[in-house]
Design a protein around this ligand. Structure first.
Ligand SMILES: Nc1ncnc2c1ncn2[C@@H]1O[C@H](COP(=O)(O)OP(=O)(O)OP(=O)(O)O)[C@@H](O)[C@H]1O
Ligand SMILES: [Mg+2]
Length: 294
């Protein structure tokens, strides 16, 4: 696969800061109104997914809308074990799944009918894709969290059936507090020493992912949070494995977007140098796995 082809496929993907700002100006379709998600009485909540999350005890209420992106909106909610980040994907009609093919290549779908429905973008196919994105995001969060990487703790699963219950939402621990949610590195104000530490942690994060056989697929300061001097990686539905023939290009692009997006913090390096550093770190220190008690 040549890089030019990938460029065309990723046209519009939020891999670079410039592209992101272009997106922000666009009208956001399929966005739910906060009014529909909150009410004194849970039965009065208009949004089916949120009502279901409350009925099943995953959350007790939505507190605020945090951020609305292209494919999902992030909300802060109260949960039984503390603050929850609810990443609620847009309704099907409003989802593009635009770059889906690039990230999916090399993935095996055994059920031919399911595969055709997904490729043909029939309503059933779109529903499957939506469910697939959610379960992929949970599965990745679980794998990475257990491996000891700095990612938000998933609050549902790892059982696939349990994860399916929250579609089209992904529930994870909120990084920060309800009053002060962790900023993204793209908007954090850092001292030179903090910027240096954030850079090292971010490159280390890319190496930790690579060691496990993954490329993030959208790795930049827009998908890295900064909390208590620690970098936390987020946003995983497009995580790609080595089986994907686009793997090397996606990894290279991750290194490139990381380097580009760190320029505002005074880090001057390029994608190739970053990639070499990642490859060096892959052979180095491994994170301590988290022990999950039943
Ligand atoms: N666990 C978390 N704790 C705190 N904030 C979070 C968490 N997860 C996501 N966020 C916030 O929600 C935003 C959207 O999350 P995410 O990047 O996963 O979704 P997205 O649909 O890709 O959004 P975008 O298009 O802006 O990248 C993030 O940029 C971040 O500000
Ligand atoms: Mg994101």
């Amino acid at each position: 696969m040549n890089a030019h082809w990938l460029d065309a496929e990723l046209e519009g993907a939020d891999t670079t800061p410039e592209r992101r700002s272009k997106f922000r100006k666009k009208k956001l379709l399929g966005r739910r109104k906060l009014d529909d998600l909150t009410a004194e009485d849970p039965d009065g909540i208009a949004d089916d997914t949120i009502r279901r999350l409350i009925d099943t005890g995953h959350i007790s209420e939505i507190v605020a809308e945090l951020k609305s992106g292209k494919e999902a909106t992030a909300y802060v909610a109260h949960g039984p074990r503390g603050p929850v980040l609810v990443k609620l994907y847009r309704e099907l009609e409003a989802r593009s799944f635009r770059n889906d093919a690039v990230y999916r290549e090399g993935q095996v779908v055994l059920d031919e009918r399911a595969k055709r429905a997904m490729q043909g973008r029939t309503k059933k196919g779109l529903e499957m894709l939506q469910a697939d994105w959610v379960s992929a995001e949970y599965a990745h969060l679980w794998t990475l969290w257990r491996a000891g990487l700095n990612v938000p703790e998933p609050l549902v699963g790892p059982n696939v059936k349990a994860c399916a219950e929250t579609v089209p939402a992904v529930l994870m621990r909120l990084i920060g507090t309800e009053d002060e949610v962790a900023p993204r590195l793209s908007e954090a104000r850092l001292t030179p020493a903090e910027a240096h530490s954030a850079w090292q942690q971010s490159v280390q994060g890319l190496a930790d992912l690579l060691r496990l056989g993954y490329a993030h697929g959208d790795y930049s300061t827009y998908n890295l949070l900064w909390w208590e001097n620690t970098v936390i990686i987020i946003d995983f539905p497009q995580l790609t494995t080595r089986q994907n023939p686009n793997f090397s290009e996606l990894l290279r692009r991750d290194a490139q977007s990381l380097a580009t997006s760190f320029r505002k913090h005074g880090v001057q390096t390029d994608g190739e140098a970053t990639l070499r550093e990642v490859q060096r770190l892959v052979r180095g220190k491994v994170p301590e796995p988290r022990i999950v008690l039943p």
